[in-house]
Design a protein around this ligand. Structure first.
Ligand code: 13P
Length: 240
């Protein structure tokens, strides 16, 4: 059975003073049967590591393929791991768009994550134009083939399906749309790989997504910033 994950992605949000929200989330998810991860801005990971958390694990949002070197502004997987991360997002569509990251880049980042002992949360997703052109499954199959390295296991990799048009727009994919994609991903990625959905997940729509056979959790942006929004999502997952 795939592991269930309630994962948050704080994106470029949060100062040290906001880490109280991670502690509130930690208190709220204690005892739930799912795992809970919060992917923080790199600047907050070390500070969060010193906090007395019981349950919530910490992730980064990106890693450079190299261990170190002349890459101004970048961060390596080893740096994230030393700071206290155990997970890292790779291939988020905002990175693919804002920084031109290709499938080959994402593959190299994912290998770097494994090298540092991190579990990669590898993101794929189609644009609205690709969906409207009927290309969704072909695009996703290609993205996964191109960005998932040989050697992926349920321990070192989690796959997140995040339709680009559903991220931060309030337009959540319908259960039918999510089911179609996740059923195809299950066939491609194997029976035990955790498959998360991301894109405008809120407490109000979480339960119907988690009821789908091949949805093993969520990668949550905006609704992960506050415990009052995120804890009910994790509770809905644990109850599913
Ligand atoms: P929202 O939940 O804000 O739509 O963001 C989703 C996302 O991109 C998570 O990685």
């Amino acid at each position: 059975m795939p592991q269930k994950y309630a994962a948050g992605n704080w994106k470029m949000n949060g100062l040290v003073s906001d880490l109280t929200d991670v502690l509130e989330i930690d208190a709220g998810v204690e005892g739930l049967t799912c795992k809970t991860i919060i992917c923080l801005p790199a600047t907050l990971i070390y500070a969060a590591d010193g906090d007395p958390r019981q349950t919530v694990e910490i992730g980064g949002q990106y890693c450079h393929p190299a261990i170190s070197g002349a890459h101004t502004g970048d961060v390596s997987a080893e740096m994230l791991a030393e700071a206290g991360a155990t997970y890292v997002i790779t291939g988020h569509s905002e990175r693919r768009t804002d920084h031109g990251e290709t499938d080959a880049d994402v593959r190299a980042q994912t290998e770097a994550a494994w090298r540092a002992g991190l579990t990669a949360i590898l993101c794929i997703g189609e644009t609205l134009a690709q969906r409207e052109a009927g290309e969704t499954l072909a695009v996703l199959t290609d993205q996964l083939k191109g960005s998932l390295p040989e050697g992926a296991t349920p321990e070192n990799t989690i796959i997140a399906y995040e339709p680009v048009w559903a991220i931060g727009t309030g337009k959540v994919a319908t259960p039918d749309q999510v089911a179609e994609v996740h059923d195809a991903l299950r066939a491609q990625a194997g029976a035990d790989m955790s498959l998360l959905y991301g894109g405008s997940v809120k407490a109000a729509n979480a339960a119907e997504l988690f009821a789908l056979t091949n949805v093993d959790g969520a990668l949550v942006g905006g609704a992960s910033l506050k415990a009052a929004d995120f804890v009910p999502i994790a509770q809905a997952l644990a109850a599913s």
